[in-house]
Design a protein around this ligand. Structure first.
Ligand SMILES: Nc1ncnc2c1ncn2[C@@H]1O[C@H](COP(=O)(O)OP(=O)(O)OP(=O)(O)O)[C@@H](O)[C@H]1O
Ligand SMILES: [Mg+2]
Length: 396
């Protein structure tokens, strides 16, 4: 490369390479040190620095085999002064060249990394757009499919019920047993399809909540009564404790789903002859909240298999089940807690769990506590975040 760091076909100019003040400063210090005049000229003969040596003989200034200009010295020790000037000038040119090279390399590197960043950003934006599109398609697909599956299934259930009631003629006990199985499985399938439909509608449409003042304790007592026979068959006892006033404002159907999800999990994941305790009490709205009167809490404690620390964060995600091999053993789809969380948060509450493997689990669902008032209205809750904001800022 040429000394200036420029392309070979470009003219190398000393004046362009070294700033005039730097050149002037160099010549001035030589003049003071040696007591003689020195001047520097460009190849074209223009004086670049120095003054009084103008009339003296000029000798070429060569740097790395290339002629860059001329130097003239006058006075005592003029030859030594000229040689020194050449060396000093070579040093200055060397520094200037290094500076130019450094600057152009840094600029080139910056330009390159900027171009890379821009391209990377564009790729990311395209990927995000594609993911959003896929997510929308997935939600639409789930909603459409669930609807299409539900309609014929309702007919299957209806006709099986009519047959088992004898509306199509006498039914033998064996036929009644088979019809019972058909109805049981069809109900299970309907539950699954309904959950998928609800989860997909969480993502695609704002939730509509009824708001009525209701006693959480009464609602929980009803659900416990519903699950008691199923638990009883496996020797599991359900204890129920209600402490204090438990009025909340909410959507009865969705709240019942929250209670049912926590209760069914507690029974499902507890071994035979285990214990499940359910309490409705005043408590904190969020874990760590010091004010323990702001919320009505549903607490469901089981003596089941528990959940490891790294899995806890995921159990509220759609379709997640801690051990997929247990799916066959326990059944379920992995949607119960996703819906429960969405519904609790739409009411301005929080859901969380204290658990460890083999130690059982304690699920808490909190709802803002209200004095008993008659409220009946319907509200739209757009998303988790805006739901929390609408319902009074959510957990703090
Ligand atoms: N009380 C519990 N004890 C131990 N594990 C639990 C408990 N509750 C939930 N889990 C774990 O979290 C997973 C997700 O629970 P979730 O209720 O969402 O789904 P599911 O019960 O498997 O199916 P679904 O509720 O849709 O019928 C469960 O599969 C289980 O692995
Ligand atoms: Mg469940």
């Amino acid at each position: 490369m040429s000394p200036s760091g420029l392309a070979l076909d470009e003219t190398i100019e000393l004046a362009r390479l070294v700033p005039p003040e730097e050149l002037e400063e160099l010549i001035d210090s030589l003049r003071r040190a040696l007591g003689c005049d020195v001047a520097v000229f460009s190849l074209a003969g223009d004086r670049l620095a120095g003054a009084h040596a103008a009339g003296a003989a000029r000798q070429p200034f060569v740097y790395e085999g290339e002629r860059l200009g001329h130097i003239a010295a006058a006075g005592p020790h003029a030859d030594a002064a000229a040689a020194l000037a050449c060396d000093a000038l070579a040093l200055v040119v060397h520094h200037a060249q290094a500076r130019a090279l450094g600057a152009s390399t840094a600029e080139a590197a910056m330009r390159l990394s900027f171009a890379e960043l821009t391209e990377h950003n564009e790729r990311l934006q395209r990927a995000v757009a594609r993911l959003e599109e896929l997510d929308r398609l997935k939600s639409n697909f789930l909603a459409t499919m669930s609807h299409e599956l539900r309609t014929p299934l309702t007919s299957v259930i209806g006709y099986a019920e009519m047959m088992s009631e004898g509306l199509a003629g006498p039914v033998s006990s064996e036929q009644r047993e088979y019809l019972g199985t058909i109805l049981g499985k069809a109900d299970q399938l309907l539950g699954l399809i309904t959950s998928v439909l609800e989860v997909s509608s969480l993502e695609s449409a704002p939730q509509v909540l009824d708001r009525a003042s209701l006693s959480l304790a009464d609602l929980v007592a009803n659900e416990v009564a519903t699950y008691a026979p199923q638990a009883g068959k496996r020797g599991i006892t359900i204890e129920l404790g209600t402490h204090g006033d438990s009025y909340v404002v909410g959507d009865r159907k969705k709240l019942r789903q929250v209670v049912s999800s926590l209760l069914s999990n507690a029974i499902k994941f507890t071994p035979d002859r285990g214990r499940v305790s359910v309490a409705v009490q005043l408590g904190a709205l969020a874990p760590g909240d010091l004010d323990t009167t702001r919320a009505v809490q549903l607490v469901v404690i089981d003596s089941g298999i528990g959940i490891s620390r790294d899995q806890v964060a995921k159990i509220f995600e759609p379709f997640f089940q801690v051990d997929s091999s247990s799916t066959r053993a326990f059944g379920g789809t992995g949607l119960g807690l996703t819906l429960a969380k969405a519904y609790v948060e739409a009411h301005g509450g929080r859901i969380w769990v204290d658990t460890a493997p083999g130690q059982g689990s304690t699920f808490h669902a909190s709802f803002p506590h209200v004095e008993r008032v008659e409220v009946t209205q319907r509200v739209e809750v757009a998303s988790d975040a805006s739901a929390a904001a609408q319902d009074g800022g959510g957990p703090r």
